[in-house]
Design a protein around this ligand. Structure first.
Ligand SMILES: [Cu+2]
Length: 334
């Protein structure tokens, strides 16, 4: 494979040198009207090709897009994404047309003469002020949304700590008192893999798990720590991501909107699952069934790709039952 790569680089360098020598030989040769007409038409063909590829990708690759946000807070991320996407999409669609159409329209012609046009204050004002206003609107909405996910004032929220290390996730529920015990890398010993200070009375009722269960419709307050390097806790279906930084605690919150079961029933999710199944099956892998996932979104080392944790969203009753079954740290760590 590597040999093929070197051969490819060798060929690419060879072609470049050959092209450069050809260009040097062109000195003194000036394009005639026939050449210009050909290049003008090529610009239009290229535009058509570009539009075709763009439309094809928008339709065919849509299965790779995420389904509707599964958290209440994430709805605003989707709205912001859609506004930005359509805005950029429409502008770029028009711009591509202008670029290639004018390339064709004003292609070189012996009888044409260029007009000297210095500047227009009115035009410059328009193309400076318009993007400025649009950007202030978009960034303002983004900042508002940032404050929205960072609003952790709800005392009723379930507090969960997510702990990252090369290459796994652990999680800890705050237990009955809804307060997490202190954590520090120096306390890691034996099965105390998250480094919990067992002298802190808040730690005794904490519950360490390897899989997340979340109740639907309840605010979850996440706190993140990292044991070794920078990781990033990424929960794409909830539109949530936060860096896990060694030596500090980061946090955010969201409210799950659909249970795992409800997501599996959604026609949009089924359609996307089928699309992804098709892609996976082509590679001979197992069919995929929808599950929420917590993934690592920082290239943190060799097994970065395998760093994931399953998240199951259930109704409150089922959550209560599940959490009651999990042993407290006091009963596990002696
Ligand atoms: Cu990682």
């Amino acid at each position: 494979m590597l040999a093929l790569f070197y051969i490819f680089i060798g060929v690419a360098i060879g072609v470049s040198v050959w092209q450069i020598t050809r260009i040097l030989n062109f000195r003194g040769v000036i394009a005639n009207d026939e050449d210009n007409a050909k290049q003008g038409k090529n610009a239009i063909y290229f535009m058509v090709f570009l539009y075709a590829i763009m439309i094809y990708c928008l339709i065919a690759l849509n299965v790779l897009m995420l389904p509707e946000s599964a958290s209440i807070e994430g709805e605003h991320d989707d709205r912001l994404f859609n506004i930005t996407f359509w805005l950029i999409g429409i502008v770029q669609f028009i711009m591509q047309f202008l670029i290639f159409f004018f390339t064709f329209k004003y292609r070189g012609n012996k009888n044409n003469k260029a007009k000297f046009y210095a500047d227009s204050h009115k035009l410059e004002l328009i193309w400076t002020v318009t993007p400025a206003i649009v950007l202030v609107g978009l960034i303002g909405y983004g900042l508002w949304q940032w404050n929205n996910v960072m609003d952790l004032s709800d005392d009723d929220a379930i507090v969960i700590e997510v702990y990252s290390q090369q290459f796994r996730w652990d999680a800890r529920y705050a237990g009955e008192d809804n307060a997490l015990g202190r954590g520090n890398v120096n306390y890691i010993k034996g099965i105390n893999t998250m480094g919990v200070d067992m002298n802190d009375k808040n730690a005794l009722d904490d519950k360490q798990v390897t899989e997340l269960y979340l109740p639907k419709g309840k605010k979850i307050h996440f706190q993140f720590r990292s044991q070794d390097v920078l990781h990033s806790a990424y929960m794409p279906h909830f539109r949530a991501q936060m860096n896990c930084v060694p030596g500090m605690v980061t946090e955010f919150g969201f409210t799950p909107k659909y249970t795992t079961e409800e997501m599996r029933q959604q026609s949009e999710v089924i359609a996307k699952t089928k699309g992804i199944n098709k892609i996976r099956n082509a590679k001979g892998e197992d069919p995929y069934e929808f599950d929420y996932l917590l993934l690592c979104n920082k290239i943190c080392g060799a097994s970065h790709y395998s760093m994931q944790m399953k998240i199951t969203v259930v109704e409150q009753e089922e959550y209560d039952k599940w959490i009651a079954q999990q042993p407290t740290l006091a009963s596990v760590i002696k």
